[in-house]
Design a protein around this ligand. Sequence first.
Ligand code: ADP
Length: 713
Amino acid sequence: MESPGIEPESCSPAQEPPGSPAPPADEPEPSEAAPAPQQEAEGVPPPAPVAQGRRPGGPGSKGQAKRCGAGKGGRGKRGSTRRAGEELGRPARRAHVTVDSSKAKTSLEALKISLRQLRWKEFPFGRRLPCDIYWHGVSFHDNDIFSGQVNKFPGMTEMVRKITLSRAVRTMQDLFPEEYNFYPQSWILPEEFPLFVAEVRMMKESDPPWKPTFIVKPDGGCQGDGIYLIKDPSDIRLAGNLQSRPVVVQEYISKPLLIDKLKFDIRLYVLLKSLEPLEIYIAKDGLSRFCTEPYREPTLKNLHQVFMHLTNYSLNIHSGNFIHSDNVNTGSKRTFSSVLYRLSSKGVDIKKLWSDIISLVIKTVLALTPELKVYYQSDIPAGKPGPTCFQILGFDILLMKNLKPVLLEVNANPSMRIEHEQELSPGVFENVPSPVDEEIKVAVIRDTLRLMDPHKKKRKDNHLPDTCMVSKQRFPPVSSRLPRSNLQFSKFAIVRSQLSENSSDTKDDLLEPGSTDQLEHDISKNPEASLPSLCLKQVFPKYAKQFNYLRLVDRMAALFIRFLGVKGTMKLGPTGFRTFIRNCKLSNSNFSMASVDILYIDITRRWNSMGLDQRESGMCLQAFVEAFFCLAQRRYKSLPLHEQVASLIDFCEYHLAILDEKRLVCSRGITERRAALVTCQPDGLHLTPATHAPLLNRMTAANKLTDYRNYQS
Ligand code: ADP
């Protein structure tokens, strides 16, 4: 069941398909091309030249955005928020946001359209000076960047590989089995082959009518490459596979929801806008990819029929039954909204379905973020110059017959191609536009950029009013059926996009007298005015209250990072682990430091023998989590695992907070006033209730985590 694998959706850097378009020689409109340095700032004094596109490091160097901000305030008037032009009595021109698209690869076309719609300045060949935004086609490391924003997080490609994702979800399943039952039961082979055999045998014995099917997926594979189905662990092909590359074996969902008798999956686009604080957005529409042969439940006879069982576009496009359609409601690739419309006409509760999907997305991101933070601090250590990151992820979701969404995989580089290959005559292919892809993908890229707009962020930071502030009385809600080109729609589009971006910000905004003219002026100045409302919907922190109780691994990762010691490392050495134990007061007469060392060696050796990452020696985050589980089980024997772990985290955080407070007080020196409250003595810290209060508040806050459980759906 080998895949021809032609869809240029990259799985890992090594597998990025060749032939990604190089920046075209004939760049579009001259105005979009890179201007000479002296032209480029448009009312903004140019930043000091930086050799090789690198920004100077060192204090005070906070990247392009910062420098632009200083420019806006005028030379020597850093505190002023008025623009240079305004000071001279003429309206200031909005400085373009600059985007380096030289590494955009297969997302280039969709990116170009988005940038044209936003009227931002594209640098298709890169730029000597820093850009505001860098658009990478594959990974964070496509380019050396020291400022601005980049559309990839370090470590994301590694995190969403099939094995790493399965491990991260499994850790969450150990803690919260019911909340994480949206991911099929999985085994990582070869290391878990005996476990796989034993568990399947046990399940079959306890439930004889159960006739399972398993799907075998090579780690790091994509586009259905190397995937096959088996009915039993003893399948000969699996044994052969064990010698070559590691795989994830999953229970096959044999009763998917069908439309027109066909299996389909959903590709949803998710924007991870920020890791700390966590901000997640979901695109309101996505794609549905259909199989091209009517579905039948797996039997030994049909197991090999890829067009029946695998929904990959890259496979099904080779079926004679594949339907290219310009209509978003038909064909082998449709919009997800058209599928929802179809389901809702059959009485399906679409609201519930969306809410289940949002919940799946948030929970999956919560499983990925702890380790992403470890990568992040390693690549961009705190205090060192570096870019901030955001990333569009592709979530592949299958709906079961009972409408339960199941996570298939997360893609760090979802295909952003907006054209497809068409065979004109045998062997002769042509790239033709794909309206369905364009509609969805351009909106996702454009609105991601709108959310990341560094100028908007700066305006927010400076508490400046946004381009247009409109009262709800003057502009009552308008039907979305208005034509997009309509100027009136444009006005409302601003209002709606601002409302959807941050409804609480806009609630009390009032239109100033006589500002209708101002509004029209702003529309001509601000290209956003002609754009529809954002297609990305914030789901986190919006729904944080319902999900924060799940963030235990996140808190463990914070402890882990604290004790990593050396900047740039991702593994904890034995000394770091000992310091963690000591500082958190975890050793006692029952658990000596010698036992601590044994625990460290045992767990670290096992994880390192799995051969995941041999670059560094030491304890990786997953190994630390396992050690933490052991410590929690020892200390809080009778509780369920997640309560054991939560209690131990509270305990550690409490002791570290005391230590921090103690260090703070000691480092400041003991003033007379403090001497009355706190005494640093060799045997430890003595706190009066007054100084203890912040710690107690912290503890109370930590204990409140239990309250979140009540919000669980
Ligand atoms: P790839 O990255 O190679 O596309 P996926 O995990 O997305 O790998 O699997 C490929 C296809 O196989 C999916 O699009 C889906 O149609 C099918 N598939 C994957 N896992 C399952 C599963 N557990 N149950 C049913 N179908 C699955």
